[in-house]
Write a protein that binds this ligand. Structure first.
Ligand code: NI
Ligand code: MN
Length: 225
């Protein structure tokens, strides 16, 4: 599995013919090395919640790539009204797709979708456990530390993508506790440094993380496992 970090909470996930992007905030993302028009051949898009820095360029990318969007029911409804192909799921739900298995995990956060007519209800925010060819990642989305994360230990996560930037999500202290709960083999920190209010030092997270390996990715960098 090939993970490409595109800054903030944006990851490309590739395994065989499966080519997905999670939370595609590219336009307006000061840390993204690419623009939506640079991205070709996407099969799937995952959206954790409705905030602009996560739903991002979903509509444009879904249409230009004819990609299927996997997200919660409320965001699915919003996107389907814009002629985007969607597969609606909800918190705790697991589904087998042709590429693998997806489970929606709880996130402690908001999910309002910014629209021309003001904010719209985006349902519950979520994270994703995505398994393809026996390789399993957990993208936490935007979330505070929750006791629910203990339940993820049984999932045998290979790589956890966890926010560390604080203010809107877990900070380094809480993300370290999340690693203790989830017990992934490796953790990649995300959702830091994009804006001044979420400044955090990933090296501090790496130094203090005694539970899993840590890999810090600069935007554009790739990790394969
Ligand atoms: Ni958010
Ligand atoms: Mn966010």
């Amino acid at each position: 599995m090939k993970l490409t970090y595109l800054g903030h909470s944006v990851f490309m996930v590739e395994e065989g013919s499966f080519k997905a992007i999670i939370d595609p905030f590219l336009n307006g993302n000061p840390s993204s090395p690419v623009k939506p028009e640079d991205i070709k051949g996407l099969s799937h898009i995952f959206v954790t919640h409705g905030h602009g820095d996560h739903i991002g360029d979903t509509v444009e990318l879904a249409k230009s790539n004819d990609a299927l969007v996997i997200t919660n029911a409320e965001i699915s409804k919003y996107l389907s009204e814009q002629d985007v192909k969607v597969h609606a799921m909800h918190i705790g739900g697991r589904n087998k797709f042709d590429f693998g298995v997806v489970k929606l995990t709880p996130a402690l956060h908001g999910s309002a979708i910014p629209t021309e007519n003001g904010p719209r209800d985006g349902g519950n925010p979520c994270g994703f456990v995505i398994e393809v060819n026996g390789k399993k990642i957990y993208h936490a989305g935007d979330t505070g530390l929750t006791m629910d994360m203990i339940l993820l230990e049984i999932e045998d996560i290979d790589v956890a993508l966890l926010p560390i930037g604080g203010n809107y999500t877990m900070d380094i202290t809480d993300a370290l506790r999340a690693v203790e709960f989830v017990k992934p083999k490796l953790t990649i920190p995300m959702h830091y440094g994009t804006f001044p209010v979420i400044t955090a030092d990933p090296e501090e997270f790496k130094r203090k993380n005694k539970i899993s390996d840590t890999r810090i990715l600069n935007p554009g960098e790739v990790f394969e496992f």
